[in-house]
Ligand binder design. Structure first.
Ligand SMILES: [Zn+2]
Length: 257
C-alpha cells in the first residue's frame, strides 16, 4: 500500500479483541472476510474469485479504521511517538516554525471524505503532505482525536513549541512595515498572534468562550463612539494616502516602525 510509512503496526491482540471493533461491521463490507485477511486466517467459506479485490479493499479500509482506534491507546501512541521522533511525517513548511515535526491528522472520522492532513503543533495549522503518495490515505485512518491525545501524552512537544518564536513574517518597504489596510499589507494578522503579557492572556481567556452580557452591550455604545473616532482617522489617512499618490509616491499607505 502506498504511503504505508505513516502507519504503525497494530498489535494483533488489539484486533482480536471484539470490543475494539464495535460498530465497524456496519461500515466495512465483507467484514468477516476482511478481518480474516488482516489476521491471516483461512476463511470458513472460500471467497469467490470475483470478490477477492473487493475483500482486499475492505481489508485495507478495516485495517485503517482499526489503526485510527489503536493509535489512541497507550502502546499505539508510543509507537506513533517513535515515528514522530524520527520525523516520519515531515516538518512544518513555515519558516518561523523552525522545522517543527508534523503529526498526521484527519478532519473527519468517517472514511471517504478527505485524505490525510498534517498538523503542526507550533502554528496550529494543517498542511497537505508534500508527496502525492500520501494523497490516497484516508484521513479517517488517523482520525480527529489523535493529535490532541498525542499532545496530552507527550507534554514535552508543547514545551518545544513554547521555545519556538511566535513571530510572523512582515513585508517591509524601505524599512517601514506595510499597513494592514494597504493593498499589499498583511490581512487578519491577529489570527496567528498569541497573547504575550499576563494581561493579554487574561483578556484572551475571558473573551474566548464568553457570551456578550448586558454590561458588554452597554459598553458597545462607548466603543461605537470610539469607532466613529477611528473612522475619522481612516478618512484622514485616506486623504493623506491620496495626497501621497498624487505626489507620485507608492499607492500603499505605510506606517512608521
Ligand atoms: Zn508550523
Amino acid at each position: 500500500m502506498f504511503g504505508h510509512d505513516y502507519f504503525v503496526e497494530v498489535a494483533p491482540e488489539f484486533i482480536e479483541d471484539d470490543f475494539n471493533l464495535t460498530g465497524l461491521s456496519s461500515i466495512v463490507p465483507f467484514f468477516r472476510d476482511a478481518l480474516d485477511v488482516i489476521l491471516d486466517l483461512e476463511p470458513e467459506v472460500p471467497i469467490k474469485p470475483a470478490n477477492v479485490p473487493l475483500v482486499e479493499h475492505a481489508a485495507e479500509l478495516l485495517y485503517g479504521l482499526i489503526h485510527a482506534r489503536y493509535i489512541l491507546t497507550k502502546p499505539g501512541l508510543r509507537s506513533m511517538g517513535e515515528k514522530y521522533e524520527d520525523n516520519c511525517f515531515g516538518s512544518c513548511p513555515r519558516y518561523y516554525c523552525q522545522g517543527m515535526h508534523l503529526l498526521p491528522i484527519g478532519r473527519y472520522d468517517q472514511p471517504g471524505i478527505e485524505t490525510v492532513r498534517l498538523y503542526c503543533p507550533n502554528c496550529n495549522d494543517i498542511y497537505l503532505p508534500s508527496s502525492s503518495r500520501y494523497l490516497n490515505i484516508d484521513g479517517a485512518f488517523f482520525g480527529t482525536s489523535f493529535a490532541g491525545m498525542f499532545m496530552k501524552m507527550f507534554p514535552e512537544i508543547q514545551r518545544q513549541c513554547d521555545e519556538r518564536t511566535k513571530k510572523q513574517f512582515e513585508l517591509k518597504l524601505f524599512g517601514f512595515r506595510l499597513n494592514e489596510r494597504a493593498p499589499g499589507g498583511p490581512r487578519m494578522k491577529w489570527l496567528r498572534q498569541y497573547p504575550q503579557s499576563k494581561e493579554e492572556i487574561e483578556e484572551c481567556r475571558k473573551c474566548e468562550f464568553a457570551m456578550p452580557t448586558e454590561e458588554d452591550e452597554d459598553n458597545t455604545g462607548t466603543t461605537g463612539e470610539a469607532e466613529d473616532g477611528r473612522m475619522d482617522e481612516d478618512n484622514e489617512e485616506e486623504e493623506t494616502t491620496g495626497a501621497r499618490a498624487s505626489a507620485g509616491e507608492s499607492m500603499m499607505s505605510i506606517v512608521k516602525d
